[in-house]
Design a protein. Structure first.
Length: 339
């Protein structure tokens, strides 16, 4: 019995090692395949959705494009995989996608038990509630006894239970897998309240039959740091995705934009020269070309440009930078130095 247990343990160790070894080839596999497989939302305006021409667009989509630009110098080399909340983690774990860029909350459980590695936070968010105006509710604390529509397989579902328990309130959950079906159930009157991340509420309100008839309540009940994730065990690929994120932030901080990046190649500023590969090839350390950041900025612009183009105050979502402003502007976004 002891021998069998030892053999089984060794077998698990070997299997784990083999899995780690296999997963440590992502960058090479991506290059050989010729495109990036990126897991995105099935349809969340501002973050990942298809336009009338069937083209993917949104903040998370631009992160997929940025990674493709870093690897290939070409934002078009992306194969998008629309995934539900339930599908997203198995798809990454089973090597069906190379990176998950799907408004996914970074939590301890996902970072450990699920074996994911989050490469950064591309949107600081928090969970909220939306109600129809004729309900006459102005605070989430008035929702006791309400029927609440919520997506299954999400931190949203767990936070909802915590919030009502903490405030000694009752509620009736309507749990649905697809966010579009959640929205439809709420809009049709099947439930009184819709709950998800505040950014998701702004997007969902646009899909209602009469958007002006709905109010997003002021309470934010959770921390939802959203960002791209990869599989654990492949440091090289993790570094590619992580430093793509930091390159976008550093470019905004240094004033490097999609429009001026060519002129910035002539800059004498040491930080800009390091960022754009003019002084030392920092891309070499993560398996990329010297102009990896130049290609990113040419392809999608800097973080601020991505934000404003997809979800900013001049878009239908009209989202303020808030916590997602740079640290120099009082926000939480902080790019680690490239040097």
């Amino acid at each position: 019995m002891k021998l069998n247990l030892l053999t089984a343990a060794l077998g698990l160790s070997v299997a784990a090692f083999a899995t780690a070894g296999a997963s440590a080839q992502t960058l090479g596999t991506v290059k050989e395949r010729g495109n990036l497989r990126c897991g995105v939302n099935t349809g969340l305006p501002g973050f990942a959705s298809q336009n009338d021409q069937g083209e993917w667009q949104g903040l998370d989509v631009d992160y997929c494009k940025a990674i493709a630009a870093a690897v290939f110098g070409d934002t078009s080399k992306v194969q998008y995989s629309p995934l539900s909340a339930v599908q997203r983690f198995p798809a990454l774990q089973n090597n069906e996608i190379d990176v998950l860029a799907r408004n996914t909350t970074w939590t301890m459980d996902r970072d450990t038990t699920l074996g994911l590695a989050f490469a950064g936070v591309n949107y600081y968010d928090g969970q909220g509630f939306m109600v129809k105006n004729d309900l006459g509710v102005t605070s989430a604390l008035e929702l006791s006894g309400a029927t609440v529509c919520v997506q299954s397989g999400t931190t949203t579902e767990l936070n909802l239970a915590d919030y009502f328990a903490t405030n000694n309130m009752d509620y009736n959950p309507v749990v649905i897998e697809s966010q579009s079906d959640v929205n439809s159930a709420y809009d049709s009157g099947r439930c009184d309240v819709l709950t998800t991340d505040a950014s998701g509420l702004a997007a969902s309100r646009l899909e209602m039959a009469n958007p002006d008839n709905h109010t997003i309540l002021p309470e934010i009940i959770s921390k939802e740091p959203l960002g791209p994730a990869v599989r654990q065990g492949d440091d090289e690929w993790f570094n590619v995705v992580k430093w793509t994120h930091y390159a976008l932030l550093n470019a905004e901080e240094l004033g490097v934009t999609q429009e001026n990046v060519e002129d910035m190649l002539k800059s004498e500023n040491p930080e800009i020269r390091r960022l754009l590969g003019q002084d030392k090839n920092y891309g070499e350390a993560i398996g990329l070309d010297q102009d990896w950041v130049v290609n990113i900025i040419k392809g999608v612009g800097n973080y601020g440009e991505i934000f404003e183009r997809n979800i900013g105050v001049n878009t239908p979502l009209k989202i303020q930078r808030g916590q997602n402003a740079l640290w120099t502007d009082g926000g939480l976004q902080y790019g680690m130095p490239i040097r």
